[in-house]
Design a protein around this ligand. Sequence first.
Ligand SMILES: O=C[C@H](O)[C@H](O)[C@H](O)COP(=O)(O)O
Length: 354
Amino acid sequence: MPFPVPVSLLSPSLSSPTTDTQPTPGLAGRPVFTGETANLLPNPPTKLKVPESKLKHDTTKLTTDEAPKLSTIEASKRLAAWTAVDRHVRSEHKVIGIGSGSTVPYVVERIVAQGREANRDRVFIPTGFQSKELIVKGNLLLGDVDQYPRIDVTVDGADEVDGDLNCIKGGGACHLREKVLAEAADTFIVVADYRKNSGVLGSTYKAGVPIEVAPFAYAKVLQNLHAIGSPDASLRMAQKKAGPVVSDNGNFIIDAPFPEEDMADPYTLLTKLKMFTGVVEVGLFCHMAKAAYFGNQDGSVSVRWLDGRKELLDSRATPMLPARNSLDEEKDPLDEATKGNGFGVNGLEPENHA
Ligand SMILES: O=C[C@H](O)[C@H](O)[C@H](O)COP(=O)(O)O
């Protein structure tokens, strides 16, 4: 699965570097970062010339004429990531775990935008090659979990999240390190677009449960999986390489689809799978996330908490639009629409979200 990286982290800055670290008004009220993010790379080009392929993930540096619209899905990912960072990555947090996947570049982007001062004495722990690159390219200090076995907060993506915040992870083969960093963190936060917000695992992510195995044991583990009710379990094959996917840890990955009755009780399935000798880690994250943030198509963010609370942050409460104060007098159609559906609306202040 490809992990796109925002253009701001990969290509020369598209705006003049400044020392300003605050978002300033941009496209349609969107913030434009002209500070730390803009400073990531030297030599701003005199004339903008960015390959089309790089433009689709980040428009924060582009002028109105130059910026294409962010796709709805990318905008949803960014919305979830930025909102979660604003609420959970605080100045007192000094050891921060960075997950993997296509939503995580927006996490790093938002952390970088907190400014050089905020990030000066922080260390960032990657969950794999991709996040290591993001940390290094973001000029953030790189550490590892063997140096920092206690992490303040880890923010990560997911392939699917169920009603109890259990997750399927490992679509990018990173779930071993991700689980270590999730476990090491005081607070583990999941960020994703609306498509990952599910009832029962396996409803939307059909590839199966990712299972990392020691290479020499894969055939035996496959046999076990076929025997316990996953007849289609198979070795994940590489796309542009002959042979299997090899994880960052040198292991193979098996994808094992299970019927709904198994997926409805992921903790039981997880414990069963972990018992197979040769299994290194299973991409079922049960009872680990403190909260999950889902960016929605309409610019709102759905937040689900481990304790069962739900919030719906309407688009005025997200980082994309002006602060709620300036709009307090207006009637909010979402307030009406969501009455009685179990969602609080903009219910909690950021400082309550450690
Ligand atoms: O191994 C990969 C990770 O578990 C990712 O967090 C997960 O696959 C979600 O990735 P994406 O956000 O690209 O769908």
